[in-house]
Design a protein around this ligand. Sequence first.
Ligand SMILES: *Cc1c(COP(=O)(O)O)cnc(C)c1O
Length: 383
Amino acid sequence: MIYLDYAATTPVDARVLDAMLPYFRENYGNPSSVHRLGQKAETAVDSAREKVAAVLHCRADEIIFTSCGSESDNLALRGAAMARRNVSGEKWILTSKNEHHAVSKTAQQLEKEYGFLLEWLGLDEHGGVTIDSLNKAVCNNTALASVMYANNEIGTINPIADLAAIAKANNILFHTDAVQAAAYLDVNVEKLGVDLMSLGGHKFYGPKGVGALYVRKGTMLLPHMTGGGQEFGLRAGTQNVPYIVGFAEALHLAAEERESRTAHVRPLRDHIIGNVLETIPDSKLTGHPENRLPNHASFVFKDVDGNLLLQMLDSAGFACSSGSACKTGNPEPSEVITSLGYSRDWALGSLRITLGMDSTVEHVDSFLKALPTLVEKARKLHN
Ligand SMILES: *Cc1c(COP(=O)(O)O)cnc(C)c1O
C-alpha cells in the first residue's frame, strides 16, 4: 500500500514513540499525586508544556492539553463564546463554511441550542476567507471569529495575521484551527496575533487522541469539561502523560525539521499537480495554486464518482482521500468543494493526495502512472 493521505493522519514518528514509552509502565504516576511517582509525571507534563510553548513563542501556562484537535476547537468556541456573553453580552460568532466540522458544527450548535448568532464569512474562489468579509462582518456585538490556518480538504492557507489584526482592532477574540497547518507552517502566536489556536498531535507524526489549545493570557474561557483543577482549571481530567509527552516531542520535531520536510514534499507535490493537470482531461486543481500547504494536492474530475475512484485507487494499492476522512461514503459533495462554486458533475469527483515524510519519487511515479486509467474507468462507469 502506498500511503498518500497524510492530511487524514500520520504514522507516529519512531523518536516520538521512544519518548512516550517510559510513561506507560515505568513512570505511570498521576501528575496530581504528591509522591515522587506523581512528581515525575508532573515534571514530564511541565516540560512537554514548555516544549510546546517554545515552538509557539508563548508562555507555558498558555498551553492547555486536550484529547484531540476537535476538543481544542470545541473548548475554544464554546469556552470563549460563553465567557464573552457572560461578561459583556456579545452574541455573534463569525466563522466560515470551509472550517473543519469541529468548528462549523460547534458554531451551528451554539446558534441553534444556546442562543448565539452565527454569520458565515465570505470565501474567495480558492476557498480562502477574505479580509474584506471579516471587516464587513464585525460589529460591536461580536464575541469571536474563528478561521482555520490552512484547509484540510483543499490546502488553501488563510491570511491569519491580517485577519487577527482586524479582530484585535475591533476588540473581538480570534481563534484559528491550526490542526492541519502545524505540520508545515510557522505556528508562532506572536507573529500570528491570535488569541486561541488549536493543535492536534496525529497530523504531525504524534499520537492520535491528544491535542492542545493555546489560550492567550487574559482570555476568558468557560471550561467545558468540569471536575479536577487540571490544566489551570480549564480542562478537567487526569492528564494523558505519555500522549502529552509524544505530542510535545512531535511538535518540537516538526518545528525543527520544518524546512527539510517542506523541501522533501514540495517538489513531489508540484510534480503531481503538473502531471495530473497535463495528462488527465477535464481535471482542475482545487484550492489556491500557490498559497497552499506544501504537501497538499487536490483536484476535481468532471463526471467521476469520487468515492468510486477512491475504491479503485485502494484496490490498485493507493490510499488517498476525497476531502476530509469523515466524508467517505457520503454521495454529497463536501461543503468545501461546493463553496468553490463547481457544478455537481465536477464537485462529486474530488480527490486529495497528501504527502509526508515517507513519500518517495517512486510512490509518486507509480501513482501518476496508475491514475489516468483509473479516472478513465471511473468516467465510463459514471456515464
Ligand atoms: C484533523 C483535523 C481536526 C480534528 O482533529 P482530531 O485530532 O482528529 O480531532 C480539526 N481541524 C482540522 C483542520 C483537521 O485537519
